[in-house]
Design a protein around this ligand. Structure first.
Ligand code: SAH
Length: 258
């Protein structure tokens, strides 16, 4: 049986009504096995997180819904449950971190914003590849906006942790892979979107070749300033377009499996 994830603290007071109407009815992943936890309290705190994301400029309702649907507190260690909905990155073990909600939402919003090939934006992304599964949180969020998620992790310990974290949600469309994400996963290609949670010197050529025409890569990479910046790469019918956006701070992209 799956290990029981930490329950949400009961002392948190339910607050404002849902930020998004119909949010709870659009949540297909609240598992029966976890129904004994006081999810009403976490719903209220998560709604507040979603309202804050909207106030910070996240406007894509698909992203806000997905962020409202995934119970972030089930992906962090019990000692950190109280901080699960704060806009902060948190340690997930083996020196790695789960990204801040704002960064997750921003990157997924960018991923969904690729220019449509036929002028009509898709409601839902097709197949997506994620580099750096970590605790599995972002993969769960992605499963709400994409038809299929291939998520690669190079650290066995975290790959297994993500598997355990995601098991109770029974997300049939999320495929967890242990491997070196720097070479991507050719078997799942072409991808409508590729998103990286770890930053390297540059975006590997393999990612670009595994991206579908009309697809988009969102990844942190080394910036001229010496830090990291978010890079958006669009593969269009006439070539590859690259934009460098704001500064970010991600764990390093490393090669090989450990
Ligand atoms: N999306 C994750 C964030 C994980 S942090 C979450 O929601 O928790 C980034 C992860 O990228 C780390 O777990 C790190 O081990 C992993 N990583 C770094 N280089 C990698 C590579 N080449 N292939 C796959 N995973 C990698």
């Amino acid at each position: 049986m799956a290990t029981q994830r930490p329950s949400f603290p009961v002392r948190l007071k339910p607050t404002a009504s849902a930020a998004l109407q119909g949010r709870t009815s659009s949540v297909p992943m609240r598992p029966a096995v976890l129904s004994s936890t006081p999810s009403m309290a976490s719903d209220a705190v998560r709604d507040r997180m979603v309202q804050k994301l909207a106030a910070q400029g996240i406007s894509d309702v698909r992203v806000l819904r997905a962020m409202g649907a995934v119970e972030r507190h089930r992906f962090v260690d019990s000692a950190l449950v109280n901080q699960a909905y704060e806009d902060t990155s948190l340690p997930i073990g083996l020196g790695q971190t789960i990204s801040k909600p704002n960064v997750v939402a921003r990157m997924i919003e960018l991923l969904l914003g690729a220019p449509a090939l036929n002028g009509k934006p898709n409601d839902r992304l097709g197949r997506v590849m994620e580099i750096g599964t970590g605790c599995g949180y972002q993969a769960a969020v992605l499963s709400h906006v994409a038809s299929e998620v291939y998520s690669i992790e190079r650290l066995r310990g975290l790959h297994e942790k993500a598997r355990a974290n995601l098991r109770p949600f029974r997300l049939a469309t999320v495929h967890l892979l242990l491997g070196d994400g720097m070479i991507g996963y050719a078997k799942g290609a072409p991808y409508a979107g590729i998103i990286a949670a770890a930053g390297g010197e540059s975006v590997p050529e393999e990612w670009i070749s595994q991206l579908a025409v009309g697809g988009r890569i969102v990844a942190p990479t080394h910036a001229a300033s010496g830090g990291q910046a978010l890079v958006v790469i669009d593969k269009t019918a006439v070539g590859v377009q690259r934009r460098v956006l704001e500064a970010v701070h991600f764990v390093p992209l490393k090669s090989g499996i450990a």
